[in-house]
Design a protein around this ligand. Structure first.
Ligand code: ZN
Length: 212
């Protein structure tokens, strides 16, 4: 995997940040985005910024310990959570955290749903994990998310929101969008009496497709 340089990463973070905001997956200063960089380190959004109004000059470069290498302002308070995922998951090239409505609703009732009725959700998201509540921005949250990210690429954070990672920002963004979409559909299906889950044979066929 070739990672983008800092300027390219900053442009992509602004682009996907704006999409998060336009899709109402964040409100006010919620959410944060990051990606690994060519030559090492990570580009991350600054704290206290609307993801709909980011300027590429505001994006910050940090090293693997979170120390700022370039950019003004302070990196997101959740930088430690992003770095914990990169440390735990070598395949993660980008991480996005949002407070999208359905994901945050499920996270707030303490449920990580895994009804297996939509092929796209099964293939894109895999098993959804629920991370217990820890104070936003805390080292405890970072450690818990890093541990849960091994084997899970879509995570709900209890009483807080959602985190997804991917090989690059596009994949991480698609996952968090797909997670929210799946959970909104799931809510509707529950009101309609419940979706019909795929059969074991249908799931096995999908698994085969996933391996390829
Ligand atoms: Zn948050």
């Amino acid at each position: 995997m070739t990672y983008p340089d800092f300027m390219n990463a900053a442009e992509q973070i602004c682009f996907y940040g704006k999409n998060l905001w336009l899709r109402q997956m964040v409100a006010a200063n919620d959410g944060n985005l990051s990606c690994r960089l060519l030559g090492g380190g990570v580009a991350v959004t600054p704290t206290g910024s609307s993801k709909g109004m980011l300027k590429k000059e505001a994006i910050i470069r940090v090293d693997e310990s979170g120390k700022r290498l370039a950019g003004q302002g302070s990196p997101s308070i959740e930088t430690g959570m992003h770095l914990a995922i990169y440390q735990a998951c070598p395949q993660a090239g980008a991480v996005i955290h949002a407070h999208s409505v359905a994901a945050t609703a499920f996270a707030s009732v303490g449920e990580a749903p895994n009804e297996r009725f939509l092929p796209e959700a099964i293939v894109n998201l895999g098993q959804i994990a629920l991370v217990p509540y820890f104070k936003p921005g805390s080292e405890a949250l970072a450690q818990a998310v890093g541990a849960a990210a091994v084997g899970h690429r879509a995570l709900l954070l209890a009483n807080h929101g959602a985190v997804c990672y991917g090989r690059d920002l596009k994949e991480a963004y698609f996952r968090i969008e797909a997670l929210e979409h799946y959970l909104q559909i799931l809510l509707l299906t529950r009101g309609l009496g419940g979706a019909k889950d795929l059969t074991g044979k249908q799931l096995a066929d999908l698994e085969e497709f996933n391996q390829r």
